[in-house]
Structure formats: C-alpha cells, structure tokens
Design a binder for this molecule. Structure first.
Ligand code: PHE
Length: 449
C-alpha cells in the first residue's frame, strides 16, 4: 500500500498548526492564565515553549519523517530488537482516550454555538449561567448527540486521507479561524477600559507566580503543542525529505503561541471591561463569557463567532488525534482507511459515553478516591500516559537513535544548516526528560508544592 502524504508546505503547516491550536489555546490557556495571575505566568509559559516544547516537537517531526511510519512503526524501524515500539502503543492509546473526552468537550461547544446563534444565551440571568451550563452538560442526551456530531465530522474529514482529507479541510478551517479571531480581537481591544485586561496579560507581577503555576505552564506547553501522543510524529511521516523541518517546527510553535495569546486578548479585556473576574477556572468561557457578551452591543453575534472559533479549533485537533490511531491501524493490520476510520470512530464514541454521563446520570459513580469516569480518563491520559509518551520519545531520540542522526534528518542530510547541535543534544538528553519527570510528579500528586 502506498503511503499518503501532504501535498503542499502550506497544507502541512495548516494541519500541524491545526492540531496544536485547539481547546488548549482558547479554553484552557486563558483560564489557567487567569488563575495564575496573568503576565508572569505567560512569561514562564513562553520559556517552556521555547526551551522544551520546540526541541521536542522537532524530534517528533524528524523521527516520523526519517522512518515514514506510524507512531509505533517509527520506533520499530529504528530499533527492531528491543520493545521500543511499546512506547508508540502508549502514545496511540493516549490519543484514543484523550479523543474520547476531547470530543465531549467540543460537543459542549457545539451546544453553545446553537444557543448563541439563537440568542438563547442572552436571555439567561448572569447569576444563573453556572447552573445553566451544569444543566446542559448534565442532560445526558444532548451532550451525547453533540459528541456524536463531533466524532462523525472528524471521521468524515479523516476518511478521505491525508492530502484529500486532513490537509484539504485544515486549509479551509484554519484561515476561517484566523479571520474570526482577529475580528474578535479588534472588538475586544476597542472596548472602553480594555487596558485593564491588557495590563493583566502583559504586565508581570511575579508575586502571583507559584511553583505549581510554573509546573502547570510546563505541562500545558506540552499539551498545547500536541506532543507526546505520536501526533507530530505521524504528521512528520507524511512530509517529504526536502522540507525544512526546523522552519516548520518553528512556525507551528509560533502560530500555536500567538493564537493562545490572541485568545487571551479576546477574552480578558472584555472580562475586565464589564467588571467580571478573570479567575473563574474551566467555566471562564462557558459561564463568565456569556455574561460578558450580554453586556456587549451585538453580543449574540460576537458570541456566536466566538463559539464557532472554538469549535473549529477543536475540530482540527480531533482530526489529528484520530489520524494517529487510523494511521496505526491501517498500516499494522492492513485495513482500508475508510473502514478503519469508521470502526475506530465508533469505538471512540462508545468510550466517550461514560465520560459524558459522568456529568449526568452517572455522576454518582466514583472510583479511586472519588474520581468519575471522566476524571479517571483525564487523569490516566493527561497525567500519566502523556508525560510517559513524551519522556520515551526524548530518551529514544536522545539516547537510542542519537541526536546526531536526528540532526542529519533535521538538515535533510546537509541541505540546511543547523547550528544548535550541542544545545539540542543537551535539551533532548537531559533537560526535557528532567522537566517531564517533574511535570509527572506534580500532576500525579507525588510531589507536593
Ligand atoms: N494541542 C491541542 C490543544 O491545544 C490538544 C491536543 C493535544 C490535540 C494532543 C491533539 C493532541 O487543544
């Protein structure tokens, strides 16, 4: 079977940036920034992205491109005799689990797109918005239908392949995302009193930064760049040998970071301008923002655009999560892409149901110290197997394959110049694994800060 590949440089960028840019940028980044005091947290985040995120992304890209194989096959292609491909299995399983509940959250966004467009959200009293959100996600049927819609749309785009599916749709969706984002940003910064929000974002107050804030920044850098799940590796395997990977990794990293900052610029000036608090946590976009939009002229319009933006960002990420699993299954078991996509999408949907019901009729089912199904999936995937996948990639590239081989691939065998061998070697062999261990200890609660 001939392997599919990306057709153009812009297409690769749209797809990879599309994967990186997601709920992490527009939902999570703003709320953790809000909880951790603003600008100082952002500075630490930028440092983590540059020092650790970028080199690890580069490593995943080249490992994929060198081997032209899926997330498990890549390890096997380099090291046949030892069970390194198991780390690929971990990455693929992580993507599978994360997709199941990521699609559920994207489903909540879909619910909100509908309610924003019909003006319904404008009619709920601000103090009721929290309960309103709770009643939607706890209503069992609607979130299940919306999650199904997200999974079905994702499968539809992945089914047609890399060039004719993922690339094609990313090239349509990402520019739309950018246009909406810029429009919303202009709206937000031209509000009276926008400066308070901008100050919150850009004027650091280091007294508000805590150790756990720093660790959260580090963990989020990984998540936001879609690292540690074989995604960037799989996309790398569809890139041709002459492509400048360093430039690509830089562009994806910069795009992801800029979009997160732009999302902050959309949200905080508006939140402050209308006298709301920035530290609402996960409810920031579902509870605080609808109240903000109620105050804004033409609020329903901007609200619809906002949730549309988040929905698009989420979809280009779900595509990449599904692709990791589809690439593996089609190649490993020699199953046609269409069939594999449909079967896997169904399995992922089934797995999403316990998470969805965790907010509704199964909210009373608790395991392992009070975790619902959703808490459990999220804990295992984000806090255990994601760092594990990340560290295994670093160790593999740093110590098994060797950074000299990685550098050869980065330069396309001498076609491009790469001047940071020593630094790259140090980061991949020591700094990144150490950082990931600390993230792991922190997020599993083994390290108390
Ligand atoms: N990077 C995506 C985001 O910021 C999340 C994601 C993680 C997507 C891993 C795919 C894989 O939302």
């Amino acid at each position: 079977m001939k392997r599919d590949s990306f057709g153009s440089r812009l297409g690769i960028l749209a797809a990879a940036a599309g994967s990186a840019i997601g709920l992490g940028n527009i939902w999570k980044f703003p709320f953790i920034t809000g909880q951790n005091g603003g600008a100082a947290f952002i500075l630490v985040y930028l440092l983590c992205i540059a020092l650790i995120g970028l080199p690890v992304m580069l490593s995943e890209f080249v490992l994929g491109r060198k081997t032209q194989a899926n997330a498990a096959g890549a390890f096997k292609a380099i090291e046949q005799d030892k069970p390194w491909h198991l780390s690929g299995y971990i990455a693929i399983a992580t993507a599978f689990i994360i997709l199941s509940y990521y699609a559920m959250i994207a489903g909540w966004i879909f619910s909100y797109i509908g309610r924003a467009a019909t003006g319904k959200l404008m009619t709920i009293a601000p103090e009721q918005l929290g309960d309103y959100f709770g009643s939607i996600i706890g209503s069992n049927v609607e979130p299940m239908v919306c999650t199904f819609l997200v999974v079905a749309l994702t499968a539809f785009m992945v089914m047609s392949g890399v060039k004719d599916g993922i690339e094609k749709y990313s090239k349509i969706l990402m520019p739309v995302l950018l246009v909406i984002l810029v429009g919303l940003m202009i709206r937000s910064v031209t509000l009276d009193d926008a400066s308070k929000g901008l100050e919150f974002l850009f004027k650091p107050d280091f007294s508000k930064l805590t150790t756990s804030g720093v660790l959260e920044a580090l963990g989020h850098a990984f998540y936001s760049l879609s690292l540690g799940m074989g995604i960037i590796l799989t996309y790398g395997s569809y890139i041709n040998k002459k492509e400048n990977i360093l430039k690509l990794a830089l562009q994806v990293t910069i795009a992801d970071t800029l979009i997160a900052l732009m999302a902050g610029i959309v949200i905080f000036p508006a939140v402050f301008a209308y006298g709301f608090k920035p530290d609402a946590g996960p409810g920031l976009i579902f509870i605080t923002l609808p109240a903000v939009f109620q105050e804004m002229p033409f609020g329903a319009l901007f609200e619809t655009l906002f949730f549309l933006l988040v929905g698009i960002a989420a979809l280009t990420s779900t595509i990449s999560l599904l692709e990791v699993v589809v690439a593996f299954v089609t190649e490993q078991f020699n199953i046609a892409r269409k069939k594999a996509t449909i079967l896997l999408a169904l399995a992922i949907y089934l797995l999403s149901i316990p998470s969805t019901l965790s907010f509704g009729m199964w909210s009373g089912i608790k395991m392992f110290g009070g975790k619902t199904f959703f808490d459990l999936f999220d804990f295992v995937a984000s806090n255990i197997s994601l760092p594990l996948g990340g560290i295994l990639v670093c160790i593999f590239v740093g110590w098994i394959w060797g950074t000299e081989n990685a550098v050869k691939e980065i330069t396309s065998n001498g076609l491009y110049v790469f001047k940071y061998n020593g630094l790259y070697d140090f980061i991949i062999k020591f700094l990144a694994p150490a950082a990931i261990i600390v993230i792991f200890l922190n997020s599993t609660g083994l390290l108390s800060t």
